[in-house]
Write a protein that binds this ligand. Structure first.
Ligand code: ASP
Length: 582
């Protein structure tokens, strides 16, 4: 037997018991006649006391022990004289009677403390050590709890958890596929699934009307803080359901998770907003509705006054920032530079200060008089003391830029409290978007998403106007996930492939199995998937999903610990029938 207890479990009630403990040495303190060691495992820390006057050789042994060594001890639980109420075991310590070193450790390349001195890259290389630190451990514990609660919820709702394959044929969901060469079928490749989309639809045809899976998905995309080449989704599909049924099921899941994990209760239904309204009011399809600061359109009151930049713009729009009329020249210049950065790409920023005395001061006073500015402020619902920030240009660009500016100002004004959660369903997405360069259509969600019945005729006459039965859930401006009611009959699916530019033969070659399945009694069905890593980071109050994944990739898609990706042995490539070119 290695241990009778873990390092987080002993309390005052255990005083007098003989115990055995194992763990890593967090630190040791040598106080002359006494040596103390903090012994750590994933459950907590227990203080070990070695008393020179009771057992001198043992105390000498203890002094040789360094950080991160693994030891096993036996001893008696004692009440501490100076208690540490910050930790659960802080009222007791172990008077050690015997000590075994189970394994020594090199000095770790960074300190295994909550605030470590190790840089990101170094910690990624020694991820197995970084994972010993509390912040990461807490994240992984949160993640584990979230997946258990997700499973509980779905099992209680009568869903079946069914695995789908990882070695598949490519499913187009907008990203590049990762591919895997087949040794047995030379010159042929599997693709790793971007999601189990087609399989879950086939499961509906097979009659498994409530499916879910917590599943890995793979997308070969450029990486950002909130993206990983392999990530996890809570994936679900249901048959004989309307859009509302799917939303209700996932709203139920989110409420269950908030309740069980964070103790947060939502009594109301989550608000629902159309895609068009979200773009119009917030410039984003995942608005952060913890605060208002909506976009106002000023075209009718800002054009025709000789200010060429406005006169030539498709749109002039503004946000009203409460209480910021006292922004200094320096702060306004800094904001202007911020919107001019390539990431935002605005040409400039116009401001209006709504002074307390009812007058206005703007950066375009040469072109606009007090009455003009008063009209603007009326449109923006401004009050004395507010600051109006205007951008102009192409409409959708201005909307995107104002979204960024709004989020920045919301953060600055403290309106984005990470402890406040505001979920929002965004519905009625367009079915298609147009690639301006090639002129071809792309599915906005994916090619299996059904158009709204009432928009079916537009498929032929005005495809870009067709709305989809597609929906997303955003929480605090983070897209948690989305889904759609699917096409379940062959002619509509064929029409969709046709619009997306697939020839009959291409559609047949890529999706013959799905089109065939639709001819054998496919029920109406729909589903959704939530990004599990992102959901965990949201619940953990952090932006970076990497901290919630045990072994993530870095920004270059590398695992620097195992050094992947890496070159293959010549014998391996030969066996796969692959010739590498430079
Ligand atoms: N497969 C979709 C995705 O990964 C989700 C869905 O439509 O169910 O985004």
């Amino acid at each position: 037997m290695y241990r009778t207890h873990n390092n987080g479990s002993l309390r005052l009630k255990d005083v007098g018991s003989n115990v055995m403990l194992c763990g890593w040495v967090q630190k040791s303190r040598d106080l002359g006649g006494m040596t103390f060691i903090d012994l750590r495992d994933r459950y907590g820390i227990t203080q070990l006391a070695f008393n020179e006057s009771i057992n001198e050789p043992l105390c000498a042994e203890a002094r040789k022990i360094n950080r991160e060594w693994i030891i096993q001890i036996s001893g008696v639980v004692k009440e501490r004289t100076s208690k540490n109420l910050k930790i659960n075991t802080g009222e007791i310590e172990i008077e050690v009677q015997s000590l075994t070193v189970l394994n020594e450790s090199k000095t770790p390349p960074f300190t295994i403390e909550d605030d470590t001195d190790g840089g990101e890259e170094l910690r990624m290389k020694y991820r197995f050590l970084d994972l010993r630190r509390n912040p990461l451990k807490d994240n992984l514990m949160l993640r584990s709890k979230m997946s258990i609660e997700t499973r509980t919820y779905f099992h209680d709702c009568n869903f079946l958890e069914i695995e789908t394959p990882y070695l598949i044929k490519s499913t187009p969901e907008g990203a590049r596929d990762f591919v895997v060469p087949s040794r047995m079928n030379k010159q042929q490749f599997y693709a790793l699934p971007q999601s189990p989309q087609t399989f879950k639809q086939l499961l509906m045809v097979s009659g498994y009307d409530k499916y879910f899976q917590i599943v890995k998905c793979f997308r070969d995309e450029d990486l950002r803080a909130d993206r990983q080449p392999e990530f996890t989704q809570i994936d679900c599909e249901m048959a004989f359901v309307s859009q509302q049924d799917v939303l209700d099921t996932f709203e139920g899941l989110i409420k269950h998770l908030f309740n069980k994990i964070l103790g947060v209760t939502f009594n109301e239904r989550f608000p629902v907003m159309s895609y068009n309204q979200a773009i119009n009011d917030y410039g984003s399809d995942k608005p952060d509705i913890r605060f208002k600061m909506k976009i106002n359109y000023l075209d009718d009151v800002a054009k025709g006054k000789g200010f060429a930049i406005f006169d030539n713009a498709q749109t002039i729009a503004a946000i009203n920032v409460s209480g910021c009329a006292d922004y200094s020249r320096k702060k306004l210049d800094e904001l202007t530079n911020w919107v001019k950065r390539p990431q935002i790409g605005a040409k400039g920023l116009v401001y209006v200060k709504c002074n307390e005395d009812g007058s206005f001061k703007s950066s375009v006073d040469k072109f606009f008089n007090q009455e003009d500015l008063s009209n603007w402020s009326e449109k923006c619902n401004s009050k004395p003391g507010d600051l109006i920030l205007l951008l102009s240009g192409d409409k959708s660009t201005v909307q995107k830029q104002l979204n960024e500016l709004r989020l920045l100002m919301g953060s600055r004004l403290g309106l984005r409290d990470p402890k406040v959660f505001k979920p929002l369903w965004v519905v009625d997405f367009p079915l298609l978007e147009k690639d301006e360069e090639t002129g071809s259509y792309h599915a906005m969600h994916h090619p299996f998403t059904s158009p709204k019945n009432e928009d079916l005729d537009l498929l032929t006459t005005n495809p870009l106007k067709v709305r989809a039965n597609a929906y997303d859930l955003a929480i605090n401006g983070v897209e948690v996930g989305g889904g759609s009611i699917r096409i379940h009959n062959r002619p509509v699916q064929e029409k969709m492939f046709d619009l997306l530019g697939f020839t009959k033969e291409e559609a047949r070659a890529q999706f013959g199995f799905l089109l065939d399945a639709f001819e054998y009694g496919a029920p109406p069905h729909g589903g959704i998937a939530f990004g599990f890593d992102r959901l965990c980071s949201l619940f953990g109050g952090k932006d970076n999903i990497r901290d919630f994944i045990a072994f993530p990739k870095n920004n270059q898609g590398r695992d620097v610990m195992i050094d992947a990706p890496s070159e293959l042995d010549a014998s391996q490539t030969k066996e796969l029938g692959i010739d590498l070119i430079d």
